[in-house]
Design a protein around this ligand. Structure first.
Ligand code: PBG
Length: 324
């Protein structure tokens, strides 16, 4: 008449801590940073309270703050002054990301792992992730690959510790791997946005990075949210091409994908807790509808539980502060 197995025995006090299966540490966090060539002062992104576009001369200090909180890594996004059809401000040695990498590495050296996002969408005037055939509005795969290769190489030459191609072009990992290897950067790892879905949760990011499209959308190269097996194939191809870390993006609506990938491939796996996931919680918290700290922790621990080894999150600094 009474329960024999009482699950509640392990749920309170210190024993609750002892039986906890998953943990979240500051070492799991990757801090995303937007460096903007156009501005002179930091500008808060309207749709992402607490997230800023930074001018070049503020980037190193910001990185130092993150390092002081114990955050091991950051990922850089550049917003260039000049945009054109090909995204030619993406790969110059004096372009915005390359300069930002040098500033941060000069300041922090090995105390901060600097990852760069490798994609053309912030650099093209049409906002697409690759070269476009304007007659057909097709985003051309193969002509884009060498541009990604030289962009990645320029980041690494500037001192980037790892590159993260996010454009979902077929063959982008091998294009980048071979370019890096040819230039003796065999030891620089690639974190591939392997399963990147065509998601409306990127909306606020496109405000932050000014990378919205003026025609068409990204559904010709980003994945269909309805698919799951396809993510396995994407990841398998990227691993074969040389990806060292695979990523699932967005995170929370795709925890099943994260779980499947981690279980199937057993390699380091990242999750991108994207802009829309951040903004939803921020907006609700600002209205007093959710407890921000609790939902932040619950979201991030859920992403870990699903299989992520590391999380790119706009909450990085806040979470690090809370973990202290
Ligand atoms: C592409 C890129 C995007 C994000 C990261 N890298 C935008 C896109 O694919 O449209 C989105 C990240 C976010 O929403 O936080 N450079």
């Amino acid at each position: 008449m009474f329960p024999e197995r009482r699950m509640r025995r392990l749920r309170s006090g210190k024993i609750r801590d002892l039986v906890r299966e998953t943990s979240l540490s500051v070492n799991d966090l990757i801090y995303p940073v937007f460096v903007n060539e156009i501005i002179n002062e930091s500008e808060e992104v309207a749709s992402m309270p607490g997230v800023f576009n930074l001018p070049l001369d503020m980037v190193a200090d910001d990185a130092k703050e993150a390092a002081d909180l114990g955050i091991p890594a950051m990922i850089l996004f550049g917003i260039p002054e000049h945009k054109d059809e090909k995204g030619s401000s993406a790969w110059g040695d004096e372009d915005i990301v390359q300069q930002a990498v040098r500033e941060i590495k000069n300041e922090l050296g090995k105390d901060m792992l600097v990852i760069t996002d490798v994609c053309l969408c912030e650099y093209t005037d049409h906002g697409h992730c690759g070269m476009v055939d304007f007659d057909t509005e097709e985003i051309m795969n193969d002509p884009t690959l060498p541009l990604l290769g030289k962009t990645a190489l320029s980041h690494v030459k500037a001192g980037a510790d790892m590159v993260a191609p996010s454009g979902m072009m077929d063959g982008m990992i091998s294009a980048i791997r071979s370019e890096l290897d040819k230039n003796n950067f065999h030891n620089t790892p690639i974190m591939s946005y392997a399963a990147k879905y065509s998601s409306a949760f990127y909306g606020p990011f496109r405000d932050a990075a000014g990378s919205g499209c003026c025609f068409g959308d990204r559904s010709t190269h980003q994945m269909d949210p309805a698919n799951s097996d396809e993510a396995l194939m994407e990841a398998a191809l990227d691993i074969e091409e040389g990806a060292d870390i695979i990523m699932v993006k967005p995170a929370l609506p795709y925890l099943d994908i994260l779980y499947r990938l981690k279980t199937e491939f057993e390699i380091p796996t990242a999750a991108y807790n994207v802009s829309g996931e951040y903004s939803m919680l921020k907006a609700a918290a600002q209205n007093g509808w959710l407890d921000e700290k609790q939902v932040m922790y619950e979201s991030l621990i859920s992403i870990k539980r699903a299989g992520a080894d590391m999380i790119i999150t706009y909450f990085a600094k806040e979470m690090a502060q809370m973990l202290k």
